[in-house]
Design a protein around this ligand. Structure first.
Ligand SMILES: Cc1cc2nc3c(=O)[nH]c(=O)nc-3n(C[C@H](O)[C@H](O)[C@H](O)COP(=O)(O)O)c2cc1C
Length: 369
């Protein structure tokens, strides 16, 4: 029933028309992040330069489950300042994906299909990157949204080892009706300790082969990397996940003090109800460089259960860090380590640098989605 074509607005914006008129030619894009790209975080990220934001991945079937209202209210919240917004679903059933998308299409600008999640939970649930060999199914999922929604459908993929296959894959997704494609330049097994580098050359070749806008994702530690990535891939925009979590101001080209970002985020959380576990997760990341110097507060942060407690703890840490910063003789010049990574004092927002991959390391570690 749902799959019979519905009446659509006369003209639905496509490809570059959509990208220019609705996404405002965005260059800086906040990634979908489970438990972390929630409404409060999107407000902060937009304040510091994110031009388009994605929601965390939403499980389409659970979203449609009328007996699980808790899931929907935990995962979905937005407001009038929260645009342009792309809602990301994972799904393996076109009818369920359409049903979920129809519930939300009036409150966002596009629906994205997650084809990149490499985690065990995605393998068990049969979604994300574990669909990447089922091209007929992917075609059907995307085409169903393309034919039946009033807003565009987009997709986020990982790459295959062979660039020719990635290009064929991307073209199939485009032919199904996707109006924008995000390419995370890592393969499915590149996760956890095996994350390694994203392949910008694959992204460049996909971009060259497609007519729709392409967003590049992977290897962004600093603001300068965004421009290097745009130059190297000719992508239309760049998406950041981890870089943004450790420095929510990454898109503005500044590395502010950790306490400033924590304070602003907590103030937003006072006005926008946010799950405590999300807030705690954010503070662990913002304060990451500082916490090893304040182990007592790190332990407390793991235990606090209310926003008031978190704010009090954050203020205590802020006091200590401001004192250290004031007394410090660190000069304002940015120094680099032997690998070329910038060295910041521990009270400054900075990227989390992964150790290089060791030979014969296991692939099956916990991972990014
Ligand atoms: C905490 C966290 C949660 C993530 N959740 C999602 C998700 O819900 N959907 C998705 O497509 N990718 C998800 N990812 C992957 C990112 O969107 C992104 O593709 C990946 O982290 C590579 O980008 P980066 O190098 O900027 O971190 C997640 C990543 C992180 C770190």
């Amino acid at each position: 029933m749902l799959l019979s074509k519905m009446s659509l607005p006369l003209k639905k914006l496509q490809g570059y028309e959509f990208y220019q008129n609705v996404l405002n030619d965005a260059k800086f894009i906040l990634a979908p992040m489970v438990d972390q790209s929630e409404y409060a975080w999107r407000i902060l990220s937009r304040r510091y330069g994110a031009q388009v934001c994605y929601t965390p991945m939403i499980h389409a079937k659970m979203f449609c489950d009328e007996s699980n209202k808790q899931y929907r209210s935990d995962i979905w919240s937005t407001g009038k300042d929260d645009r342009p917004l792309i809602v990301q679903f994972c799904a393996n059933d076109a009818e369920i994906l359409l049903k979920a998308s129809l519930k939300i299409q009036n409150q966002c600008d596009a629906i994205d299909l997650n084809l990149g999640c490499p985690q065990h939970i995605a393998k068990r649930g049969h979604y994300g990157s574990f669909l990447q060999d089922e091209w007929d199914l992917i075609y059907k999922l995307i085409n169903t949204l393309h034919e039946n929604l009033s807003i565009p459908v987009t997709a986020k993929i990982r790459v295959f080892p062979e660039v020719e296959k990635t290009i064929r894959y991307a073209k199939m997704i485009e032919s199904a009706g996707a109006q924008l494609l995000t390419v995370h330049g890592r393969e499915r097994q590149q996760k956890g300790h095996k994350t390694g580098l994203a392949d910008w050359e694959q992204i460049r070749q996909v971009k060259e082969a497609l007519k729709i806008p392409v967003i590049a994702n992977g290897n962004i530690l600093y603001f300068e990397d965004i421009h290097r990535c745009l130059d190297a891939t000719s992508a239309d925009g760049v998406m950041s996940a981890e870089g943004n979590l450790y420095n929510p101001a990454i898109f503005s080209g500044i590395n502010p003090p950790v306490w400033q970002m924590a304070k602003e985020y907590l103030e937003i959380c006072r006005t926008v109800p946010t799950k405590i576990s999300y807030i705690r997760g954010h503070l662990f990341k913002i304060y990451r460089p500082a916490l090893p110097f304040h182990v007592d507060l790190r332990e407390q942060l793991a235990k606090v259960n209310t926003l008031d407690e978190i704010c009090a703890l954050s203020e205590k840490l802020q006091e200590r860090l401001m004192k250290t910063a004031k007394e410090s003789s660190v000069d304002s010049k940015i120094h680099k380590d032997e690998n070329g990574f910038k060295i910041f004092p521990h009270w400054i927002c900075q990227p989390c640098i992964r150790p290089p991959i060791k030979e014969n390391e296991q692939t099956e570690n916990s991972a990014n989605t």
